[in-house]
Design a protein around this ligand. Structure first.
Ligand SMILES: Cc1ncc(COP(=O)(O)O)c(C=O)c1O
Length: 462
């Protein structure tokens, strides 16, 4: 894509400014998605995206599924569908949830959506008025940030540790909010192989979270794209299965166990909430693609197929995770720490607080390597010394090389800090690392200061 034509000039913005809704003033673009455009260049090793490796899906299998669709359901595939989704797809969803231990889902409690992303949007559309509180984890899924900000939510973030959201802190926060007369509209959590934190919520914390929700009559949005991508350890019960369906809205998706290009996800929610979400979806897109819903149904009807493919993904990603962990040990300085994910696609690295990963990214891009800077996962400006790294999309050699290059730019900064504070002896003599030459488009994405004479677009990102 021609970048200059896709960016708005100051004059364009002036022309339309008076027409924009007030919510657009607080709407933020996902830094992650902006970054994806910048890291598309083939020479860049991107550890930034959250992409599954779709090159593993056999083209013969794709041809078989689509040929079967052509032979049996062409007219339906080309037709509108009910807003709640096609029953064949909803039955598959109940089967997938049962495979993770959430048994007995009634297909009537399912809303098929355009990716799991739409569930986040519809939950906000259904529950959130401007100024309402949403509780989320710190860090949280960077892709949720534009949805939360578009609905003008006041997002309160609760720290994570290796056992997931700190429930003590959650309770303190809920008490404080109650004292202020503010009732959160929902608690947003990614219990399995957190994006971006890489951690998994322990069973005792799951149980406490569900009982807190019940006692205080609060809704929980359980976002679970990665639960079936477990590489070690025993599966833990979903919040939905612990709760039985009164206070948990469950978000699932085929993006990571099959393919994100299908854009098929789902919500399972208490009926009154589901009905409002259904109305919200009617206004958004009438229904999710009939064609890809039928692709899902057809694919899952092939005996043994989906589980075999999932097994192959688990094996591949487990290996890539291990390569990344080894490379981090080899190339990152001892000042860095990282999560060791038992599944999913990401790990989260924390650097000393004098390193700003947004600046570091500009420097890393000069070395043709990318990651997601931690600030993208916070709505309150924190996360400046952390970064998310993805291990599912690129092969072993690129993971090693990407980590090596990032390790080098981190060491450069650690060394520079050491020379300033006298804690390291620098050989050769201290020299400030050359300031990164930053592409103006990237400067927008990263909120970097502009040099004299450069004009900004005023665009913002998470
Ligand atoms: C935590 C989380 N939630 C939701 C999504 C949205 O996924 P999709 O819309 O592709 O189903 C993602 C995608 O990466 C994710 O990581």
């Amino acid at each position: 894509m021609n970048r200059s034509s896709s960016r708005s000039s100051a004059r364009d913005l002036e022309r339309y400014a008076g027409l924009f809704a007030s919510r657009t003033r607080v709407m933020t673009s996902s830094a992650m998605r902006d970054l994806m455009a910048i890291t598309e260049r083939p020479e860049v090793i991107s550890l930034a995206g959250g992409l599954p490796d779709t090159s593993t899906f056999p083209p013969e299998l794709f041809a078989k599924v689509t040929a079967q669709m052509a032979a049996t359901v062409t007219a339906r595939a080309l037709q509108y569908a009910p807003t709640e989704g096609l029953s064949a797809t909803k039955e598959v969803i109940a089967e997938v949830m049962a495979a993770e231990g959430t048994d007995g889902i009634d297909p009537d409690d399912v809303l098929v959506t355009t990716g799991g992303q739409q569930v986040i949007d519809l939950v906000c559309k259904t529950l959130v008025d401007p100024g309402d509180v949403i509780i989320a984890e710190a860090p949280t899924y960077p892709g949720a940030v534009p949805a939360f900000s578009a609905y003008q939510a006041d997002v309160v973030q609760i720290d994570l540790d290796e056992d997931g959201m700190k429930i003590d802190l959650l309770e303190e926060t809920l008490d404080r909010l109650e004292a202020e007369g503010r009732r959160p509209k929902f608690i947003y959590t990614i219990p399995n192989f957190h994006n971006p934190g890489g951690v998994t919520m322990s069973l005792p914390r799951r149980q406490r979270l569900v009982s807190i929700a019940r006692e205080r009559e609060l809704l929980v949005l359980e976002d679970n794209p990665y639960g079936l991508l477990r590489y070690e350890g025993e599966p833990l019960p979903t919040l939905r299965s612990l709760d039985g369906g009164d206070f948990v809205i469950y978000l699932g998706t085929f993006s990571k166990i099959l393919a994100p290009g299908l854009r098929i996800g789902w919500a399972v929610a208490p009926r009154p909430v589901l009905q409002k979400m259904n109305v919200g979806k009617q206004g958004a897109d009438l229904n999710s693609s009939s064609m890809t819903q039928l692709f899902v149904a057809e694919y899952f009807s092939i005996p043994g197929q989906w589980r075999a493919y999932l097994d192959s993904l688990r094996e591949l990603y487990r290996g890539r995770r291990d390569v990344m962990l080894e490379a981090l040990t080899e190339h990152f300085p001892p000042e860095a720490t990282w999560s060791v994910p038992h599944g999913g696609l990401f790990l989260w690295v924390t650097l000393p607080d004098y390193i700003d990963t947004t600046d570091l990214l500009a420097r890393a891009l000069q070395e043709n390597v990318a990651f997601v800077p931690g600030r993208a996962a916070y709505l309150d400006g924190r996360g400046g010394s952390s970064m998310r790294m993805n291990f599912s999309m690129v092969g072993d050699a690129d993971i090693r090389e990407g980590v090596r290059r990032i390790g080098e730019v981190i060491r450069e900064q650690v060394e520079f800090y050491g020379t300033l504070t006298g804690t390291h002896r620098a050989v050769p003599p201290p020299a400030e690392p050359a300031p990164a030459e930053v592409d103006p488009a990237l400067a927008d994405v990263l909120h970097l200061p502009r040099r004299e004479g450069e004009r900004g677009t005023g665009s913002s990102s998470a």
